[in-house]
Design a protein around this ligand. Structure first.
Ligand code: NAD
Length: 328
């Protein structure tokens, strides 16, 4: 691929930062656009700091772009963040796409989410790209509106676009970190209690408090019928590989793909590995409701673009454990 100028939104984030660094390493010029500074220092890196819904910043960001990777978004499931969520993901995407249409890049890739489906109440499994789109969270709704705006942008500007419905994604190093945004409340008892209180799920919080003896612990979450949670957790490095395939492949123009790990993670298998790696006790809690239990198919992106994820959850945990042992 000849050197291009590529706009990476969300370049201070988990996925965007890695994508931006990779593109710079292989010789492209990168414009980063984020509310926060990325810390990336490279002669071919230009950074625009601002909100996606600030028109002047968006116009400045798209300047000279040969391709746009719109990977930035605000992720929150807190009712108090609702206005900010729609400003960032809906209004911000609208303004960014309007400015993008004016510069007519050769390609656009948009980071959507499996939450457009809905993952926790699927009509059938594994969820494929033809599954009805019926988001259950406001965040998922912002992503579905984003997808529709991308389709409108593609239709009216003629710029080929690819929509990637991202799996849940983490850096391996976050898995064993109780302070991390995702793993803390997903796997660690005390952060999970605080999260459930923040959501106003007082019944769940009380059930979690019932197994709390005041010391740090991991928690194996199950449904009210005792079914352990199951979902995809994809390593950031595999997501970067998929995004680059979507950017570079002619086949990806106009297509929508689920992007994520091939196999879902069974919490009943992963949590004991995490307990061994951390030395923490493992508590099992049956939470109210049907819980999390889904499988998503990545067959289309594997068949059409040759995507092949490399990081299983076992590999991710082993790497996180080794890093932890090295710093202990
Ligand atoms: P992240 O939170 O690490 O990074 C997102 C970046 O977007 C942050 O640096 C943030 O500052 C920036 N941002 C947020 N609101 C902004 C605004 N209004 N203006 C400018 N910048 C703004 O997230 P990530 O894990 O790297 O996710 C990247 C993309 O993938 C996002 O679009 C996210 O919705 C999507 N996604 C992520 C997951 C996941 O599990 N990580 C799952 C599905 C979809």
């Amino acid at each position: 691929m000849t050197a291009q100028t590529i706009l990476v939104t969300g370049c201070a984030g988990r996925i965007g930062a890695r994508v931006a660094r990779h593109l710079l390493e292989v010789g492209h010029r990168v414009t980063g656009f984020d509310l926060c500074a990325s810390g990336i220092e490279h002669p071919a890196f230009r950074e625009v700091i601002g909100g996606f819904d600030e028109r002047a910043a968006a116009a400045e960001a798209v300047r000279g772009a040969d391709a746009i990777l719109h990977l930035g978004a605000f992720m929150s499931w807190l009712p108090t963040d609702r206005d900010r969520l729609f400003r960032a993901n809906v209004e911000g995407t609208r303004i960014l796409l309007e400015e993008a249409a004016a510069v007519r890049p050769a390609r656009l890739v948009f980071a959507s989410s499996g939450e457009v489906y809905p993952e926790n109440m699927p009509d059938y499994q594994p969820l494929d790209e033809d599954h009805p789109l019926k988001p259950r969270s406001p965040y998922g709704l912002t992503k579905l509106i984003g997808e529709e705006m991308v389709r409108f942008f593609e239709r009216t500007s003629g710029v080929p676009a690819t929509t990637l419905r991202f799996s849940h994604t983490q850096d391996a190093s976050e898995l064993l970190d109780p302070g991390s945004f995702f793993s803390g409340p997903r796997f660690f008892l005390h952060p999970k209690i605080r999260q459930q209180e923040g959501f106003g799920n007082m019944e769940a919080a009380a059930m979690l408090r019932a197994v709390d003896d005041g010391t740090p612990a991991l928690v194996l979450s199950r449904s009210e019928l005792g079914r352990p949670f199951r979902m995809h957790i994809t390593d950031t490095r595999d997501m970067v590989a998929g995004i680059l395939l979507a950017l570079q492949s002619e086949n990806a123009a106009g297509r929508t793909y689920n992007l994520g790990a091939t196999a879902p993670v069974d919490f009943a298998e992963a949590l004991p590995l995490m307990a061994r790696a951390t030395g923490l006790p493992l508590k099992t809690v049956d939470l109210p409701g049907g819980g999390v239990f889904y499988e998503t198919s990545n067959a289309r992106i594997r068949a059409e673009l040759g995507f092949e994820p490399e990081w299983t959850i076992e590999r991710m945990i082993a790497e996180a454990a080794a890093a932890r042992a090295g710093t202990a």
